[in-house]
Structures are given as C-alpha cells and as structure tokens.
Write a protein that binds this ligand. Sequence first.
Ligand code: ADP
Length: 394
Amino acid sequence: MNLILAVNAGSSSLKFKLINMPEEVTLAEGNIERIGHDDAIVNFKTPNEKVKKIIPVKNHEEAVELLEQHLIDFGVLSSLDEIKGVGHRVVHGGEKFKDSALIDDDVINEIVNLSDLAPLHNPHNLRAIQIFRKKLPNVPMVAVFDTAFHQTMPKEAYLYGVPYEWYEKYGVRKYGFHGTSHKYVSGRVCELLGNPNANVIVCHLGNGASVCAVQAGKSVDTSMGFTPLAGLLMGTRSGDIDPAIIPYIMQKTGKTIQEVENDLNKKSGFLGVSGISNDSREIEDGIARGDERCILAQDIFIRKIVNYIATYHVVLGGADAIAFTGGIGENSSLSRMQIAERLKALGVELDPELNDCRGKERLISTPNSKIKCFIIPTNEEVMIARDVMRLINR
Ligand code: ADP
C-alpha cells in the first residue's frame, strides 16, 4: 500500500483525500469548514461510512488532529505514520515553480517569498505544510502549485500592456490558477479522444471559475490573471473590469483601496449582480421565478465564458473539444446548454438528453457538433497524489 494524503488548506477550511497509489483508490476523504468557530462543520467519508458533525474546531492544528482521529476511529489507519507521502495544494508558485516540488526548507522559503503575490492563499497553505511537517517529520511532502501548469504560456499571453519594469521588478504578469484541474481535465479529454495533441478548451466553473486553452497538453492561455480575480464573473468575484473603475469608486464612496478590493473579491459576481446569492443553484431558482437580476447575473456569466471560448478557439487554430468541470460545469445542465446555444456560430451542438446529467464523465455533444463537448468531473487530489508518487520515487 502506498497511502498518499492530498491536502487543500484554506483560511478556515481543510480538505483532504487519502488515496492508495498507484491504483488511485480513495480510502477516505473529508473536509472541515468554519475552522476557528464553535460551529465548525466536519465531514468525513469512507467507501462504507459517512459522518457529519457540527463541533467547535479552534484552529488548523485541531483540524489535523480530528482528521487523524477519524482515520483511526474508522479503521482506515492505525497511525498517521502509515502515510507514505503528503501532497499540499499551494495556490501560488510564481515563476519559480514550473512543476510540483519536494518540500524542504528552501521550498518553504520560496513559498514564503511568494506570499506577497498571494496574500489571501499562500500563508494558509504554508500553515498546513508546517503542521504536517511537525506531525510527520519523516514523511516526504510535495507542494503542488495551482499556477505551475500555466508556466507554458507564451510571453505575449502572460504580459500586460503596462510599464515593463512592473514585470521585471514586481512580477506583474498573468500567472493563471486552477492549473491542476485544467491539467487533469484536458488530459482526460485527450485520452477520450485518443489524441495526446488535441486542442482542448477547459471551462472550470465553480465558485471560482476560469477557462483555459490547452494545446497538446500545455496551457497556452487562461482567463485568470495576476490573481484569481481576473477573467470570468464568479460567485463573489467580479472577473475582468476596467481598472479605472477602482479610483472612480474610491472617489465617489470614500472607500479605501482595501475596501474596494474586498468588494471586487467578496461582494461582486453572482452575489453582487443578483443581490441574492453567490450560489448558482440559488441563481437558477431565481431564474425559474423570473427574477430579472438573477437572469442578468447568469447572462453576464455565460457571455463572458462564451467570449473566452471563442477567443481560445481562434488562439488554438480550432478547438477539438470543450470540457466542463467544477461544481457548475459538472452539474448545471442549464449553464452548459446556454453556453452551447451561444456557440452555434462555431457549430457546437449539445444533445439535450446527454446534457441532462450531473457529475458524470461523458460526451454531451451530438455527432454533428463540430467541436466535441464533455463533462469531466475534476480530480485535483489524484493529480496531487500522482505528483507525490513521481517526486518521492525520483
Ligand atoms: P469551489 O470553487 O469553491 O471549489 P465548486 O466547484 O464546489 O466551487 O462549485 C460551487 C458552485 O457549483 C456553486 O455555485 C454551486 O451552486 C454549484 N453547484 C453545485 N452543484 C450544483 C448543481 N447541482 N446545479 C447547479 N450548480 C451546482
């Protein structure tokens, strides 16, 4: 047994999956949300059992203890020492990390240095790395970066039209995110097409959302940018806006730059436009009731996605396939159908029956469709486990 633990730590959450490699069989998975609160939510699942508890969880250290205790109580492990390797999702790897990396003190220092670029994410990823290092000092650990897959983008795709020294001195460029998911999904599509060189457009549509153009397994462009705020309209993020709006709103409202940034990250997107929710299911309920602002939020969302798909179709010299993933991409037949309807000019045609499906890997386009369309449930944890195996066996 090669037990690999894939860990994804956020500011108040800890998700994990314990995978037996190389068979890629999940033995246990779970998440702890609202860490730091008296009503934290603990979900834990094995192939045979499932629990959900609402209990106080003080901090990430306690969350890791709970994870260990559950694995032992459910008979999955007798101690964490049985784990052969741990893979940590790290959001920002800058230009330094073009691949995953075996964690040592140097790698940790690099991740600390990159925290300037991802102040909302990297410090939480680091904290989990440090907790696990302390707990399992002899178990090798690997950092898997969300940005690494996009390091193949050409300069013309990743540079902005701003003073060049912003890039040279301060690292201002497009980095792109969701890389592990885009890599997994585009890889699956290539396997399904039997063509490792296929041109694939991946739409990762969740609370955070991005589109990626993949040519022969390499990212050539993506919609997120210097931060995950760019590109599509998302649950609470604005996506692309004219940067001149920021000083204008500061002047009009007296808000500070941090407040405006917070509005763009936390109060925009589906939530900001609909005034109702960041959750696409509630937006869809609103659409069913005829709520105009929900209809508008959805229309802006779909329009942006279609704009990126059309652009990337041209960038790729013609896409062979479009793949949908993430909570919305995998589950919302409405969103997929609305996107396809606006892509008629490209000859995209979905089969309504095949499209009427949730969370299953399958082809959803008709035989006549000029571009094949797929639902591909993402599996970032398996990618993390594969990278752990590859790097610890090197
Ligand atoms: P995150 O970016 O946080 O990982 P997810 O990939 O879990 O996000 O996606 C969350 C989004 O997926 C939410 O907007 C949620 O409403 C949506 N979603 C999940 N299930 C469904 C469903 N059955 N129908 C429509 N949307 C869904």
